[in-house]
Design a protein around this ligand. Sequence first.
Ligand SMILES: *Cc1c(COP(=O)(O)O)cnc(C)c1O
Length: 382
Amino acid sequence: MAASTALASSNSRMPRVTIDTEALKANWRTLDALNGKARTGAAVKADGYGLGAGLVAEALFEAGCRDFFVAWVEEGVSLRASLDGADRRDARIYVLQGLALADVPACLEAGLIPVLSNLAEIAAWGEGLERAGCSAPAALQFETGMNRLGLDAAEIPIVKAAQAGGALDIRLLMSHLASADEGTEQREAQRLQFLAICENFPGVERSLANSAGSFLGEGYAFDLTRPGIALYGGRAGAPSDGKLKPVATLTAAILQVRAAKAGEAAGYGAAAKLARDTRIATVGLGYADGYPRAASGAGVPLRETRPGAMAFVAGHMVPVLGRVSMDLTLLDVTSVPTDLVEPGMRAEFFGANVSIDAVADAAGTIAYELLTGLGKRVERVY
Ligand SMILES: *Cc1c(COP(=O)(O)O)cnc(C)c1O
């Protein structure tokens, strides 16, 4: 199924990301199998890590997922509309951040569960419920070491008072790991602090682990895990994540193939100086599509410390040549037999052959940023 952008059509030469929903479901099942008793949720914020929250969540629902996490109320409202089938109503949608009084009606109408991270949000939620004359479940997020969002343990008495007053129906307790993917002491300190906080709310479900945390064993899984990047095939920093499959494949069409001579240069700033005769494929993908300029083959600061990104053309790994520009990227296809490369064919920029993490490393970033940065004009195909 081809979905989305008004600009693209399925035979278009525009950039395309192909989303393998079977691989997505398989990744969810792999993660779910890691933590026997705990349920496995899914972070589908930022439009399902750039891949399309509605279709991603639909596939995950089919795999068995019932707990979905988005960042904003607006994202939750549109996710609820996507998961509209009768049985889909029992999907729980948690909104991770920024609840304001004005958001409460939309939350109630869409049946969203706000994650309240400070006393002002708790107050806004309480007031919104009072105005609406109803009650509804909420989640609480506690700060345990990240210093980002969350209630402090010292605020527990105030929270307990709100709970006793009937204004707060706490359905889930949360905190977030700062260094789940690094073998530091911080994560264990966070786990212990979270445990101590949860003792104040007996019987309430608990959730701590993101993707990397899902690999840390049952001590971290609690009742519900919240993986994101691992579902989408990105490295979660755990040894066992070799089992996770790539989900997103970014391809773009070759628009022209040129034979350039040794001594010439290619691209902006003449950053790529050609030491030998070079065949150059000009591909219709650029930083405006979210393919990072920092992945360039030359002419950007990172090239002083590490090689540029590779792409995959007709069965061959080939380097990005010179600077990535806004709408175009050059590939050095000299190593690919001439008759195998022609305009119209597609080059893979990440996917099964080019790991998204390798591209991220070359560009000095992480797979999260590559996925969520995919541009609007990249066609999504499922
Ligand atoms: C984004 C996010 C997740 C998922 O993180 P991954 O590293 O992608 O698994 C889980 N919990 C919270 C609170 C988040 O913001």
